[in-house]
Design a protein. Structure first.
Length: 264
């Protein structure tokens, strides 16, 4: 299904019944990255997942994008579906979007779950994102897919689960180069580290213990900046912990969300 949201056509899917939970995917992926988690969540919640601007089956306007723009897309999608409040779950880029929505439209956020993400990048990391944007535009996504897979999934997981790993690699390889590049530029400019104290939603921070992109030290800083935030380290996982340790993440997420609902 698609709706027009904030000037772009946004592709989305809804499953389940109950309180709303919105899932935001990482850079270079699409809503299918959540496939393994949705059945369990949909048993208790009405799950909305969507393809970010520039990704999947959503529109791919020419970039650069901003995280503020991607957050406005998410809020416009909520408006189109008449969702007043939602639990918002974001991984990596989706976690940046989740934080921005919580800052720009706090009344829409029932709780936040921030997975393998950060509140901002230093100059060196921002430079890497701009380099990846240039590479995607000039050479396409296949050249970036292998490196992305190595950061996202640990070597042991890749060897034990070659089919699942190849599905993730193929997802990145088929991503739209301009959408990927424009989102890289959004992440390069993203920094809300000085505003974390403004977030007052119940928050869970999850991070893979071997995440090379947003390591546990980054997650600790993120959690310490949000009053009352919970932090959980996902064992034996790299950047894409929702795939590598899907049962651990599902259990942690369900426990947190059901607790957040009962406290409303």
């Amino acid at each position: 299904m698609k709706v027009s949201a904030n000037g772009a056509s946004i592709h989305y899917a809804v499953e389940g019944h109950g309180p709303w939970v919105t899932l935001a995917h990482p850079l270079g992926a699409d809503l299918t990255i959540w496939d393994d988690l949705v059945p369990s969540l949909a048993a208790h919640f009405r799950v909305l997942r969507y393809d970010s601007r520039g990704h999947g089956r959503s529109d791919v306007p020419t970039g650069p994008y901003t995280i503020e723009q991607l957050a406005a897309d998410a809020t416009a999608l909520l408006n189109s579906l008449e969702i007043a409040r939602t639990h918002f779950v974001g991984i990596s880029m989706g976690g940046a979007v989740a934080q921005q929505v919580a800052l720009d439209a706090p009344e829409r956020i029932a709780s936040l779950t921030l997975i393998d993400t950060t509140a901002g990048y230093d100059d060196a990391d921002a430079k890497v994102f701009r380099q990846r944007a240039k590479q995607a535009r000039e050479h396409g996504m296949k050249a970036l897919a292998d490196g992305t897979l190595e950061r996202w999934l640990g070597e042991r997981y890749r060897k034990r689960h070659p089919q699942a790993s190849e599905r993730v690699r193929a997802l990145v390889a088929k991503a739209h180069p301009e959408g990927f590049a424009a989102a890289c530029e959004a992440l390069a400019a993203f920094d809300v580290r000085t505003r974390l104290s403004e977030i007052d939603a119940p928050t869970l921070v999850l991070v893979g213990e071997n995440d090379p992109s947003t390591p546990p030290a980054v997650a600790r800083h993120l959690a310490s900046g949000i009053a009352g935030a919970q932090l959980a380290i996902v064992p034996d996982a790299a950047h894409l912990s929702i795939i590598e340790q899907k049962q651990f993440v599902t259990n942690a997420l369900a426990t947190f969300l059901l607790g957040a609902v009962s406290n409303v």
